[in-house]
Write a protein that binds this ligand. Structure first.
Ligand SMILES: [Zn+2]
Length: 185
């Protein structure tokens, strides 16, 4: 019997949330969308996720209003997936999971998140201690941390070597010599 994704006996908002974001890969897709990844091939290359799984996750996240499908090219038709306010609201969850993972599994810090306007590294609750405020997601700047591979193979990882704000779309220079796979979603 296949494992269901709902928790029929649980009346709990955590269980309800996990029905939406608790499947394998889902939070990593959301993480990338927060970083500014929008296109199918960019998620694919950066995550190394199986195509069918990515297609299924994008479909669920779109249906749940966490990503919004937007057409960016008519011929041939191509859509990108832009994170919505409902998805952006998951930023504290994604960040807390990262901090927890680092603390309990001694992971090296790959990225540093700071307040873009003053350069202060965010505290554990997403706060800027200098400005005395919780930093809004568009004002969070990500910069490479000490554990980040300085010469990664995929173009999204390369783009993320430069400091950038969250949500700001990542622009990958298109290489016309490379065939682009059709978007199956
Ligand atoms: Zn600040």
């Amino acid at each position: 019997m296949a494992l269901g994704k709902d928790y029929a006996t649980q009346e709990c908002s955590i269980a309800r949330a996990l029905e939406v974001v608790g499947e394998r890969w889902t939070l990593l897709v959301i993480r990338d969308a927060l970083y500014g990844v929008r296109r199918y091939n960019d998620f694919l290359g950066h995550l190394g996720i199986p195509r069918a799984v990515l297609a299924a996750r994008l479909q669920t996240l779109t249906a749940e209003g966490i990503l919004e499908k937007r057409r960016y090219q008519e011929s041939p038709p191509r859509d990108e997936y832009v994170i919505t306010d409902r998805g952006i609201a998951l930023w504290p969850t994604v960040r807390s999971l990262g901090l927890w993972g680092r603390e309990h599994f001694s992971e090296t810090q790959l990225r540093v998140f700071r307040h873009a306007t003053c350069g202060t590294e965010l505290g554990p609750y997403g706060e800027c201690s200098v400005c005395g405020t919780v930093v809004p997601v568009p004002d969070v700047e990500m910069v490479p941390g000490p554990g980040l591979d300085p010469d990664p193979a995929d173009p999204i990882s390369r783009a993320l070597l430069k400091p950038k704000r969250l949500l700001e779309p990542i622009a990958i220079e298109t290489d016309s010599a490379k065939p682009v796979a059709a978007d199956p979603v």
